[in-house]
Design a protein. Structure first.
Length: 130
């Protein structure tokens, strides 16, 4: 079964960039624009990896992480934080909440792929036969 990745970010451009980046691999990429939508998508689709922004409207990344970790059904979901906020206290807070890795924006595709590959299997899509 192909892994599912959920991109939770209020920037449609970031969500699109992540979708394009992972389109070369045999996986499904889902999107959510804020923490509430992200939690609903996690409960419904059970992604193998969540790529989560910190600063979002409605429910930010920290609030979403706290609710995620408090729900036994989804508490073990793997999360990579992808955010412009590189403050040491923020990194420490999300580490305590079980974030598996942390990456600041702007990000390099190869770095995000390397971090994701450590958490889920990413197999390149095979081109269609002629």
């Amino acid at each position: 079964m192909s892994p599912r990745i959920l991109s939770v970010d209020d920037s449609s451009l970031i969500r699109l960039a992540i979708s394009r980046l992972f389109s070369a691999f045999d996986c499904e990429v889902l999107q959510a624009a804020d923490g509430e939508q992200g939690l609903a998508a996690i409960r419904q689709h059970k992604p193998d990896l969540v790529i989560l922004d910190y600063n979002m409207p409605v429910l930010d990344g920290i609030g979403m992480l706290r609710l995620l970790r408090a729900d036994p059904e989804i508490a073990r979901t793997r999360v990579i934080m992808l955010t412009a906020n590189g403050a040491p206290e923020t990194i420490a807070t999300v580490a305590r909440l079980g974030v598996r890795d942390y990456l600041t924006k702007p990000f390099e595709d190869a770095v995000l792929l390397a971090k994701a590959t450590r958490l889920i299997p990413l197999v390149p899509r095979t081109p269609p036969s002629l």
